[in-house]
Design a binder for this molecule. Sequence first.
Ligand code: NAG
Ligand code: NAG
Ligand code: NAG
Ligand code: NAG
Ligand code: NAG
Ligand code: NAG
Ligand code: NAG
Length: 471
Amino acid sequence: MNSFNNITQTKPLIKLISISSSVCIICLLVSTIILLSTTKVPEEYLKSSAHDVSAATNVEHLVFGLGSGRTLWPKRKDYVRLYWKPNKMRGCVFVGTLPNENNNDTSIPPLCLSSNTSKFHYIWGPKGHLAANRMARIVKDIVEMNYSNVRWYVFGDDDTIFFPENLVKTLSKYDHRLWYYLGAHSESYLSTQYFSFGMAFGGGGFAISSSLAKVLAKVIDSCLERYPYLYGSDARTYSCITELGVGLTQEPGFHQVDMRGNIFGLLATHPVTPLLSLHHLDLIDPIFPNMTTMKSLQHLFEAANVDSQRILQQTVCYHKNFSWTISVSWGYAIQLFPYTMTLPDALRVQLTNKHWNRGPNVFATLYNYNTKSLHHDPCKRSTIFYFHNVSHGKDGMIISSYRKSFGNCSYNMATLNKVEIINVFSKKLDLDIKQLQSPRRQCCDILPHSIDDLMEVAIRECKDEELIFMQ
Ligand SMILES: *[C@@H]1O[C@H](CO)[C@@H](O)[C@H](O)[C@H]1NC(C)=O
Ligand SMILES: *[C@@H]1O[C@H](CO)[C@@H](O)[C@H](O)[C@H]1NC(C)=O
Ligand SMILES: *[C@@H]1O[C@H](CO)[C@@H](O)[C@H](O)[C@H]1NC(C)=O
Ligand SMILES: *[C@@H]1O[C@H](CO)[C@@H](O)[C@H](O)[C@H]1NC(C)=O
Ligand SMILES: *[C@@H]1O[C@H](CO)[C@@H](O)[C@H](O)[C@H]1NC(C)=O
Ligand SMILES: *[C@@H]1O[C@H](CO)[C@@H](O)[C@H](O)[C@H]1NC(C)=O
Ligand SMILES: *[C@@H]1O[C@H](CO)[C@@H](O)[C@H](O)[C@H]1NC(C)=O
C-alpha cells in the first residue's frame, strides 16, 4: 500500500518489473530448451535425490533390537518366528542373562546379552517395568555391535509381531540419512494421555533412522540417569529423543493394541496404510474364532504371505439389488450389513473389545479414533465372513475366500442367510512411493452371481472421479 503514496517511486518499479519479467521469460525459454534437448540431465539429478536412495531400501537395511528376558523368551519366540526371515533379517533378542544351552535355532534371531544397567535407578515403583533401563539401552547395545549398511533400527517387544515387507515399504518413504523417530501412540486415550501423544509406544514397535540412532546411543546413558521415575523403556527413549529436539513421525500401521478381548473392530477397519505390527496377543482373544492364538496368527500370515501390503486393507462396496453394504478387510474378514451404510460410517471402529484400563475411570472407554457401539439388535449387526483360504488364479489374480461365521439373527434374513462363502478377487498390491505418500482407498464391485450361497467381489483401483456410495 505504501507505494501508492509516491507515484514517482512506482514508475521505476514498474520498469524494473517489466525488465525483470522479460529476463525471466528469456530464462524460462532457455531453460525449457535445455530441458527439452537434454532430458537426461534432470533424470540423473532425480536419481541422486533423497527418495531414490530411500526407494532402494530393503529388509537387509534393517536391524531389529527386540527386548525379552531369559524366562519369557521360550514362551514368546514363536511370535517372532511368524515373521522372521532367517538369512535376510538382522538383529538380536536382548536378554538380561543368557541361558546355558547353546541357542542354534536359526529360524529366530539370536539371543544377545544386554549391557549391565544395574547402576541406573528405577523409582517408578516396585510393580513397574523393572527392566526398563536395560530395554532402553538396547539402542546403545545394538548400535555398538557395528552392523554394516544399516538404514533403520527397529525396536519392539518379544510379543510384537511385525510385517517386514510393509515395514520396508513404509520406511522407504523417508530418507534414513535424516533424523526420524517413527511409530504410533496407543489406541487408548487414557494410556496416551498418561504417557504422551508424542511417544512411540514400544509394544507397537518403532523405527529410528540410523543417523539418529547413532547419536541417541551416545547420549542415552545421561537420559537414563535423568528419568529414573518413568515407567517403561519407551518413555525413556521418547524423553531422550525429545531432548535431542526431535518429534515423533506418526505411522498408524504400528499397533500397540492396548485393549482386551475381541479386537475384531480394530482389524476390520484399518486405516489406508500398510499394517506394520500387532501386539499384546497374549491378552486378546484369538483373532479368528475357534482357533488358538498361535493358529489364528498363522492363519493371518497365510494371507499376508500372499499379499502383505493388502492385509487388512478395507474396501467397501454396495449390493444395489439387495441394498447391502459389504466391507472387506482383506485377508481377515468381510462384513455384510443388510442395509446401506455410508463409507464414513463404515470406517468407524466397532467396539467389539474390552477396555485396556479396568475400573471406573470414564476416560478408560475413550479411544484415539472414532468408535461405534455394537448394535443392541443382533439383526442390525453385520454378518461376518472370516478369511478361509487364498489361492492364485489366472493372470496374477489372487482369490481369497471367506466363510460365514455363526450369527445370532433369526428373522427376516432369508436372502442373506443363504450366502455362505464370499470370494474376493484382487491383484497383488505393490504401492509405489507416490501411492505411499498420497494413499487412496481402492474400490470394489459385486460380481453378478447366480449361485445363492456364493458371492463374488472384485477389488480394483478406483476411477478418477469415482465415489464410494450406494448408487
Ligand atoms: C541344535 O542343537 C541340538 C543339541 O545341541 C540338536 O539336537 C539340534 O539338532 C540342533 N538344531 C539345529 C537346528 O541345528
Ligand atoms: C551388574 O553389575 C553389578 C555391579 O557392578 C553386579 O553386582 C551385577 O552382578 C551385574 N549383573 C550382571 C547380570 O552381570
Ligand atoms: C565397533 O566399532 C568401535 C569403533 O570402531 C569399536 O571400538 C568396537 O569395539 C566395535 N564393536 C564391535 C562389537 O565390534
Ligand atoms: C468350531 O470347531 C468345531 C470343531 O471343529 C465345530 O464343530 C464348530 O462348529 C466350530 N464353531 C464355529 C463357531 O465355527
Ligand atoms: C479353499 O477352500 C475351498 C472350500 O473349502 C476349497 O474348495 C478350495 O480348494 C480351497 N483352496 C485352496 C487353495 O486351498
Ligand atoms: C449369541 O447370543 C448368545 C446369547 O445371547 C451369546 O452368548 C453369544 O455370544 C452370541 N453370539 C454371537 C456370535 O454374537
Ligand atoms: C442385479 O439385478 C440385475 C437385474 O436383475 C442383474 O442384471 C444384476 O446382475 C444383479 N446384480 C448382482 C450383483 O447380482
